[in-house]
Design a protein around this ligand. Sequence first.
Ligand code: 13P
Length: 355
Amino acid sequence: MTSLNLESVALTLVAEGKGILAADETTPTLTKRFDTLGIQSTERSRRTYREMLFTCPGAVEFISGVIMYDETIRQRSSDGTPLAEILTARGIVPGIKVDTGAKPLAGSPNETVTEGLDGLRDRLREYHAMGARFAKWRAVIHVTDTLPSAACVSANAHALARYASLCQEQELVPIVEPEVLMDGSHTIERCEEVTGVVLHAVFHALFEQGVALEGILLKPNMVIAGKECTRPASVEEVAAATLGCLRRHAPAAVPGIVFLSGGQHARLATAHLNAINRLASSKPWKVSFSYGRALQDPALEAWNGRDENLAAGQQAFYQRASLNGAASVGKYADEMEAASLSGDDPLHRRDWRDD
Ligand code: 13P
């Protein structure tokens, strides 16, 4: 039995027309992103950036929750209010990344296993006391003709399930994120095959660890061709393959599926989400977003580290959030981009997420 509380937080996070902002980049990853724009990365500049996003006027219409990084949940805004409190006061649920990163998997040099279980119970207790009501753990799966190995899939699935079980014990909704990477030249069919294997293993492990599916959210990749694939898939192909794979592998008890963007261009990530939601096949779960790059890229560029651009950064973030909010109910249309400040360069894609 899940606690009603966990179920109600999970349902709040996938409320109609809303999704999650993933703003939990580690300091090295955010620094890399700042570097590409020549922005200095300091404790203060990172806080200013996050505060700009968290206080964006009107964003609460489309943003149900925010995933923070450890540094952020401990920070106070410019007026001294803890950032988590600012979110809660605005009706946005604070969340926290709790894994400690993908580390080389012993015996398989090109694969990783995500770490962070040691001491996790105590950390979850502390985060809950700081206001967090949900958490995130990201497993990373590399695809080649021969990878992932069975060892990689089972080690990551096991860790995700142990994490999820600890979260529920501590009254935090676990976001379970097994990410099959877009890196490589694999086809969409290969991505579908691997995603299916991984989801199957993850739900088996969740069952073994006694995790209540009513009190989790699944954060998967979309089923999509690798970045170097010579045969890219259309929006309709991605939508059909993604929904088909999820219908086969994600039980109906899960309240919501919130996709990661994984390095897709912001507009394409929105178009894919919209196309999935427009498909006629039934969806037993809410289908929405938990994007990092696809929500933040335009805002980061518009801000560019300058105080005088804070309003422009917020406007760019609002645009992306509202368009993804529309996509989460299948009401996005390409023409809606015209009014957007988010740029129109499909080649301009960031590949900085390596934590
Ligand atoms: P992206 O949307 O940039 O892939 O980030 C989502 C996320 O939280 C990955 O862990």
